[in-house]
Design a protein around this ligand. Structure first.
Ligand code: ZN
Length: 129
């Protein structure tokens, strides 16, 4: 959640247990519960049609062998929770460039931009919230 805090208008508050103010809860899981997948996001409670109140992130730690892949996957799934989509094409990119950020759907190399949101995505988040 540090990406939301540091890169957008949004912020997070850690709670040791879920309550009525909880927007997103994250759970570590494994290959048995999330086969062939590094992470997923789903809305579990809707306020109204298409508007999520409480979402859930699942992260398959068995498919995320290093810190970079785990950070990228959390960034990616949190991005989905605030409405971001995958990039359809990947550019050669610069840090925070248009086409390179954690919303790429695959494993990534160690460069910083794969664990952050691009300016394009930051603008979308800040416009929406
Ligand atoms: Zn995705």
């Amino acid at each position: 959640m540090a990406n939301l805090d540091n890169q957008t208008d949004m912020y997070d508050v850690y709670a040791s247990s879920c309550g009525s103010q909880t927007d997103i809860r994250a759970e570590r899981t494994n290959e048995y519960y999330l086969p062939d997948t590094r992470g997923s996001y789903e809305c579990v409670t809707f306020i109204s049609s298409g508007v999520c109140d409480v979402g859930r992130l699942l992260v398959n730690v068995e498919r995320l062998p290093d810190y970079t892949q785990r950070r990228k996957t959390f960034c990616h799934e949190v991005g989905h929770s605030v409405g971001l989509q995958h990039y359809t094409s990947i550019g050669t990119g610069v840090v925070n460039g248009e086409n390179n950020d954690c919303m790429k759907s695959s494993t990534v190399s160690g460069e910083q931009w794969w664990i952050e949101y691009s300016q394009h995505h930051r603008d979308h988040i800040n416009e929406a919230y």
